[in-house]
Write a protein that binds this ligand. Sequence first.
Ligand SMILES: NC(=O)c1ccc[n+]([C@@H]2O[C@H](COP(=O)([O-])OP(=O)(O)OC[C@H]3O[C@@H](n4cnc5c(N)ncnc54)[C@H](O)[C@@H]3O)[C@@H](O)[C@H]2O)c1
Length: 249
Amino acid sequence: MEFNMENKVVVITGAARGIGFAIAEAFAKNRATVVIIDIVAEAVEKAVSKLESSGYTAFGYIGNVTDSAGIEALFAKIIQTHTKIDCLINNAGITRDNLVLRMKEEEWQMVLDINLKGSFICSQKAFKHMMKARCGCIINITSVIGIMGNAGQANYAASKGGLIAFTKSCAKEFASRGIRVNAVAPGFIETEMTASLSDEIRAEYAKVIPLQKMGSPLDVANLCLFLASDSASYISGQTIAVDGGLTMH
Ligand SMILES: NC(=O)c1ccc[n+]([C@@H]2O[C@H](COP(=O)([O-])OP(=O)(O)OC[C@H]3O[C@@H](n4cnc5c(N)ncnc54)[C@H](O)[C@@H]3O)[C@@H](O)[C@H]2O)c1
């Protein structure tokens, strides 16, 4: 997919691998200045050198989305180096699956902290800069699980459902400042997060997905590109699924 992202600074959290890296690669290919934030130092280095060796412009920073002071300092550094943030993509996310009766409070808290609070922390820092510029866009990577729920994933579903409500609230709060906020809800996407699923579970999922297959990280990246582009300038507060038709409203 081609969009002109020249002179756009795009910050993507959790982008050292998986869907986040595919998003980084797609924006870099479209000439954006890509800024990767991830908690795993070696993975950040590897991701940036992979993009640079393809001739793209990419920068990597080690950061934990739950560390408010660290993220504030990091965003200030990004502004100082790149002068602005046109788009923030809150992609960092984890799972700690368990049935509700067996779930440890730490499993609940960790997932809510990284998936939901982490997105709030990064958004708050980005909004401050975007408000001054009176433009910008934020894309929150939620999940179909936040729409449908899933047995064994109550913590993840709550975090991703919360992210959808957060998206709508921010879209309303910042619309008058020229800032758009949307959510992308991937279905079952082939990444390291889903690599541990057995062939049987994959076959079960494929049966309920109308397009009968798992998606690729690029499918998600393509929607992010569109939502960040000027072609989506009248779209805000939406949650758009990339799920082969799994969820239909
Ligand atoms: N893979 C799927 O099928 C699928 C489906 C729906 C939604 N999602 C969502 O898409 C996003 C990316 O998923 P993925 O499959 O690429 O996962 P992944 O595990 O492959 O990648 C997640 C990245 O986030 C980073 N990260 C984790 N905690 C962090 C923190 N505290 N601060 C900064 N970075 C941190 C990890 O180091 C990793 O690089 C997640 O939010 C996930 O919930 C994935």
